[in-house]
Design a protein around this ligand. Structure first.
Ligand code: DX5
Ligand code: ZN
Length: 231
């Protein structure tokens, strides 16, 4: 599968969010990763469906990958699909009935994703794999951008790759957290095909802000790393 680079808006300049998203799309982003945090499932608060709706009204047509870090899950699924989500993913332990949540997403017309924290076993995937379109492996604990990559996530990516290949279905395998130009090739070699990157693309806002001039070169450097033969 063609690798997809998914900038996470969590590290963008929220005062200029429409322009930030336009800039990363112009710089070659394949999809926009939209992190939703509720100060309940994770100890942070971010944005809701109104913000996605505003981006669509602003003219953003790129696919949007909504990562729900919320509990309960189901009430927000319809709201995000109505707001313009293409993919909606959630953490199975945050839902009372993950199969029902996956079905709600697909019935709403979006692709459905299941997210695995560093401490969540992949066993959740076995009974649900036919109901998912995307598996997201967290390589940090959810809640904040700019955290260090947890190397054990690569083993989980490898295991998820095997499970997906056994099903012979078109399922995306995404990795999220601490992905940089320096480690993206390792994630690709482990089997990931979709790469979330927040601070690597937008910069760390509290340390100097976003630099639109660099988005294209960072995204291109990531693609070059993924295309380079393994050492
Ligand atoms: C963390 C979020 C990530 C985050 C990634 O809870 O799910 O998407 O924005 O940010 P970086 O790339 O800075 O680790
Ligand atoms: Zn995320």
């Amino acid at each position: 599968m063609e690798p997809w680079i998914a900038p996470s808006i969590l590290a963008a300049d929220f005062a200029n969010l429409g322009r930030e998203v336009d800039d990363v799309v112009a710089a070659g982003a394949d999809l926009i990763h939209f992190d939703v945090m509720d100060n309940h499932y994770v100890p942070n608060l971010s944005v809701g469906p109104l913000v996605l709706e505003s981006l669509r009204k602003h003219g953003v047509t790129a696919p949007v990958d909504v990562h729900l870090m919320v509990t309960p899950v189901d009430d927000l699924i319809g709201a995000f699909i109505d707001a313009g989500a293409d993919i909606v993913s959630f953490h199975p332990e945050a839902s009372e009935h993950p199969h029902r949540s996956l079905s709600l997403i697909r019935e709403g017309g979006a692709k459905a994703g299941l997210v695995f924290n560093p401490g969540t076993p992949l066993t959740f995937l076995d009974p649900l794999i036919d109901a998912v379109d995307l598996v997201l492996i967290m390589s940090v604990n959810p809640g904040f951008g700019g955290q260090a990559f947890i190397p054990a996530a690569l083993d989980k990516v490898r295991a998820a790759r095997e499970a997906i290949d056994r099903r012979r279905r078109d399922i995306r395998l995404e990795i999220d957290g601490g992905i940089k130009v320096e480690n993206i090739a390792d994630a690709g070699a482990a089997g990931a095909d979709t790469f979330v990157a927040g601070s690597a693309i937008f910069g760390v806002p509290e340390r100097g802000g976003a630099r639109a001039d660099d988005y294209r070169s960072v995204i291109q450097a990531m693609r070059d790393e993924l295309a380079a033969p393994a050492e």
